[in-house]
Ligand binder design. Structure first.
Ligand code: FAD
Length: 408
């Protein structure tokens, strides 16, 4: 296909990955990011085999493995030690794992790979110019263009998706989280995502996320669940009271918070449930959370953003523009749908005031994973490789081999 002039709105993982992949195919990309100093927001995340395979195909897996932490197991329990969730990637393939990463680490790796693609920082894009959708309009009245294709990768709270006119559902979850990075110190579970639950009212998560360029201290991503209506109350109260609540649920986790002395140390996270009837209109197309925001309960959003960018690049290689956008949306919607379904159902099971649901979860979640068919499905959903209701996303043997040396 002839090289296109492409605008990318948003420099999160979706925008970053698209910038790298499309520039490598010879397209002329320009990025518009509203933050004056683009950088990662939040603490850490778990990369799944699905997303890691994209990074492998981009030639970035070694960089990722040199900073990330190998995660073999997801284990959740009640404060009295009753196991609620216990999943191991080895149940799918002994060589598979997730990789916990600091947001700053993946941001730097993708930013390095961007090369000389132009990044315009501090520009908020409002939408297409009313008269000509080849042009972008910014919040200060500026116009940018003309472009052959515009990627709207402006995140979960996207203001651009409404402009494409296909929003079926866009709801903010009533529960969110506080999160931060902590020094891993002598934390004993360095290959596991560990969670503790008190019904669905309290949840603490600790995920090993390795190091980042310029900082060799291994860290953990700490997650504390709470209703978004309680954010301000938490901020107004003394931190000691909150730390005592953490200690009552998980004393070892509370010890890690010793250096957390101000509220500003923890960032607030809210999340949305977004479904669309269309992912593209004219020459504008949605990527990442802008297209399919979901709760982080399944830990898939970064992986989806990487898969989106790669699928769009592939579609542009083989079709003319309108057909390529339709092909991209078809491929990605089919993969995303099952994760949207499960994250919608699972979120209140882990974050809500529904005690009966939580009690049922405590009793039934592990046995469900042992039912015929149940275990494989749960593991494929976890690893990002469930595709549609019955299919699975293929992992190349060479990729799985490349992941294996990360065993530490
Ligand atoms: C608590 C929490 C834990 C999570 N854990 C995981 C996990 O373990 N694994 C996982 O895979 N995912 C996880 N996620 C989800 C993941 O963080 C997101 O799905 C992913 O970051 C989405 O990337 P994105 O590029 O689509 O959007 P974003 O990263 O939100 O990037 C959007 C960018 O667009 C910019 N922007 C917005 N509006 C405009 C505009 N009008 N003009 C110009 N720029 C604009 C923003 O400044 C931002 O830089 C988690 C999310 C949360 C909140």
């Amino acid at each position: 296909m002839t090289p296109l002039r492409i605008a990318i709105v948003g420099y999160g993982t979706a925008g970053q990955a698209a910038a790298v992949l499309l520039a490598r195919d010879g397209h002329q990309a320009e990025i518009f990011e509203r933050a004056p100093e683009p950088g990662p927001l939040g603490a850490g995340f778990l990369l799944q085999p699905s997303g890691l395979q994209v990074l492998w195909r981009m030639g970035l897996l070694d960089d990722v493995l040199s900073h990330g932490a190998r995660v073999d197991r997801l284990y959740g329990e009640t404060p009295c030690g009753r196991a609620v969730m216990d999943m191991r990637y080895a149940g799918l393939d002994p060589r598979l794992c997730g990789i916990g990463m600091q947001r700053g680490a993946l941001f730097s790796i993708l930013d390095q790979a961007r090369g000389d693609t132009v990044l315009h920082a501090g520009i908020t894009i409002e939408g297409p110019d009313d008269a000509d959708d080849r042009w972008l309009r910014d919040a200060d009245g500026g116009r940018h263009g003309p472009f052959d294709l515009v990627l709207a990768a402006d995140g979960a709270a996207s203001r651009l998706r409404g402009r494409l006119g296909g929003v079926r559902r866009d709801a903010v979850y009533p529960w969110g989280a506080l999160w931060c990075l902590l020094d891993a110190a002598d934390w004993p579970h360095l290959t596991e995502l560990r969670q503790r639950y008190v019904a669905a009212r309290r949840m603490i998560g600790l995920l090993p996320v390795g190091t980042r360029p310029g900082d060799a201290t291994p860290r953990l991503s700490f997650f504390w669940s709470l209703p978004i209506a309680a954010f301000d109350g938490w901020q107004a109260a003394a931190l000691d009271g909150w730390r005592a609540s953490v200690a009552s649920i998980w004393p070892e986790a509370s010890a890690l918070l010793a250096s957390t002395t101000t509220h500003a140390h923890l960032a607030r996270a809210t999340y949305r449930d977004v479904t669309l009837s269309r992912w593209h209109r004219g020459r504008w197309v949605l990527l990442g959370d802008a297209a399919h925001a979901m709760s982080p309960q399944l830990g898939q959003g970064v992986n989806m953003a990487l898969l989106d960018a790669e699928a769009l690049r592939d579609a542009l290689r083989s079709e003319d523009l309108p057909a390529a956008l339709a092909a991209y949306a078809r491929v990605r919607r089919r993969h995303v749908a099952i994760y949207q379904f499960w994250s919608r159902w699972l979120t209140p099971v882990f974050q809500s005031e529904r005690d009966l649901i939580a009690k049922t979860r405590d009793v039934a979640f592990r046995p469900m994973g042992r039912l015929p068919g149940g275990r494989g499905h749960m593991l494929r959903v976890l690893s990002g490789t469930q595709h549609g209701v019955f299919g699975s996303l293929a992992l190349a043997p060479e990729f799985v081999d490349a992941l294996t040396p990360s065993v530490r």
